[in-house]
Design a protein around this ligand. Structure first.
Ligand SMILES: [Zn+2]
Length: 302
């Protein structure tokens, strides 16, 4: 079974497993529809939490009570090292910041495309990981297949057991399915049964091809596309169809998600009044619909 972690930005938005409720008990006006979807887990950016994009009151509550309690979500929550990649910050600082939110899983501080620096940070992280009670996932970095392979081998030698594959977002965006598949397959062989998470890639064509090699993936693209491109995904047995910037529901469109039961995800929010929350409500409901479609994909390839 491939798990799908929803990237969630604590601005705060309502949650996908309980969209009508704000994690911070802040009033949502107008209120949202109750359209919960099943969620395997959330991935939250460390930079979001500490860099000022999350509300201060949210950060404080998460530090005091733990991120699971604030989100009222008992499943796994990953805090990534977003924003700290490639900075001079030592891994101990990143671990300490991550630990202040009591997550279930953290992603080591890594450097995109730089295997040598990532390995050196992994060594330090591994030394310190025993002090914490969360899991640490180590990042396999590289730019060529050889570099990825070498990085994975060295991480295994350090003792790492749970892995993420980084730096594949660009290739995924360009739909370089063959290259991504080659890297995933090569690394999967090295980690040999160790947990493998695909970072930032949710391209359906790629997922269908390599789903047997990975344990989980994440992506904000379903949500970003819903909110920024007005793109609606449609789940068909064979895969996903994309509807971009449609102003009305295509006649043959069909969806059995909890949102579509109550709401037309093709509503054009720009025809609604500004500053009333009405536009935000449309985007959120469309994002929940798209996330549900990706979850169907994850279930189908499992
Ligand atoms: Zn739907």
């Amino acid at each position: 079974m491939v798990e799908y972690f929803i990237e969630w930005a604590p601005n705060p938005d309502p949650l996908y497993h309980d969209p009508s409720q704000s994690p911070q008990e802040m009033t949502i006006d107008p209120p949202l529809l109750d359209t919960p979807i099943s969620v395997n887990g959330y991935m939250i950016s460390l930079e979001h939490l500490v860099g000022g994009r999350a509300k201060k009151s949210f950060r404080r509550a998460a530090e005091e009570n733990g991120i699971n309690a604030v989100l009222d979500y008992p499943g796994p929550i990953i805090i990534d090292s977003g924003g700290f990649q490639g900075t001079g910050d030592p891994p101990e600082k990143v671990l300490e910041l991550q630990s202040s939110f009591s997550p279930d899983i953290v992603i080591q501080k890594d450097t995109v495309g730089d295997a040598a620096q990532t390995i050196s940070d992994a060594e330090r992280t591994y030394e310190l990981a025993g002090q914490y009670d969360f899991e640490v996932w180590y990042v396999v970095q590289g730019s060529s297949v050889e570099e990825y392979l070498d990085c994975a081998t060295q991480l295994k030698e350090i003792g790492c057991e749970k892995f993420c594959l980084g730096n594949l977002v660009g290739r995924s965006f360009l739909r370089k399915t063959d290259e991504v598949s080659e890297i995933v397959e090569a690394v999967a062989e090295v980690v040999d049964g160790g947990n493998l998470h695909l970072l930032g890639v949710s391209n359906p064509g790629i997922l269908q091809r390599i789903s047997e090699k990975i344990d989980s993936f994440d992506s904000s693209s379903a949500i970003r596309n819903a909110t920024m491109l007005r793109e609606v995904y449609e789940w068909k047995n064979s895969g996903i169809e994309y509807h971009e910037k449609c102003d009305s529901r295509p006649q043959e469109f069909y969806c059995s998600c909890p949102v579509c039961d109550k709401f037309d995800v093709f509503t054009n929010e720009f025809e609604l009044e500004k500053y009333t929350g009405a536009r935000r409500r449309v985007r959120q409901l469309r994002a929940i619909h798209n996330a549900w479609v990706i979850d169907q994909l994850a279930k189908s390839v499992s």
